[in-house]
Design a protein around this ligand. Structure first.
Ligand code: ADP
Ligand code: MG
Length: 273
């Protein structure tokens, strides 16, 4: 453990930021209508790492993601995200929390009839209060949005309506939109479940590259093991709301992860509760 003393520690603060998790979850419990959905989940996300969240359908992946932005009924434990105590938010703090968390969804959630560029610009609306979507963006915002489109490889589509793009391209737009927020953390809930395998690889490569280059932790839920093994630094696995796998991707293989997908009736090697 490193102890920081004194007040003149500017370099140490920079180092500390590198070492401190941007997301820290301890003993998280979530219940819907009295039924536990997450039970004692611990999770840290550090700058620059991509963490794959694995688990069968219904294991609690989306609920865990929603817990990080204050959208789940937390019944126990602690959730800290980018300096916010999510289970004890002060008045008005929810908005700034959500502005700091970039989100990417399975269905892209673009506005289909608006241009690609305008869709990216909507990312700048987080935390900005109401703005006229059609006229309210500054030249600086437009330049930033174009740079982001260039970064995700679709600047040439800037003026096209979002609906005219392929799924892989739409997900790149959604990633650029998330970056437009200047997020501290990115949550991607099944971002490649609607894409064919080749596009899935390229979108996950992009997320991991962003994570490394910008130091933004990415939590990405996936249900295809080879994709998780190829595009993450760590893997956490949920089964029936409990975290049963947590390790460096390099130390895990398909055999370690198979338990996530067995039904657990009578062949439960992991003990459990
Ligand atoms: N809003 C909700 N109300 C009641 N139950 C819910 C709600 N959201 C999720 N659940 C339940 O929580 C469990 C986990 O769901 P979810 O987090 O969506 O899993 P995953 O994303 O891994 O498929 C499921 O049993 C689901 O039915
Ligand atoms: Mg889900």
């Amino acid at each position: 453990m490193t102890t920081v003393t004194g007040t003149d520690a500017t370099p140490s603060i920079a180092q500390l930021r590198q070492a401190l998790p941007l997301v820290s979850v301890r003993g998280l419990r979530v219940a819907y209508d009295g039924l536990p959905v997450l039970d004692g989940v611990d999770l840290d996300l550090f700058p620059g790492e991509t963490v794959a969240l694995l688990g069968a359908s219904g294991s609690g992946k989306s609920t865990l993601m929603r817990s990080l932005t204050g959208f789940a009924p937390v019944s126990g434990g602690s959730v800290r995200v980018a300096g916010h105590d999510v289970t004890n938010l002060r008045r008005g703090e929810l908005r700034s929390l959500r502005a700091q968390v970039g989100q990417v969804f399975q269905q892209f959630n673009l506005i289909p009839r608006l241009s690609v560029l305008t869709n990216v610009l909507t990312g700048a609306l987080h935390g900005a209060g109401p703005i006229n979507v059609f006229g309210g963006f500054s030249g600086a915002h437009r330049r930033q949005a174009m740079e982001l489109l260039d970064r995700v490889g679709i600047a040439h589509k800037a003026t096209a309506p979002a609906r005219s793009l392929s799924g892989g391209q739409q997900q790149r737009v959604a990633i650029a939109r998330a970056l437009m927020q200047r997020p501290r953390v990115i949550l991607a809930d099944e971002p490649v479940a609607s894409l064919d395998p080749k596009l899935a690889h390229s979108v996950l490569e992009l997320l991991q590259e962003i994570s490394r280059e910008d130091g933004i932790p990415v939590l990405v839920s996936l249900h295809v093991l080879p994709l998780a093994l190829a595009h993450s630094d760590r893997i956490v696995g949920l089964r029936h709301g409990e975290m049963v796998v947590s390790g460096r991707t390099a130390d895990l293989d398909a055999a370690h992860l198979a338990a996530l997908y067995s039904d657990g009736e009578g062949d439960d090697e992991h003990g459990g509760a």
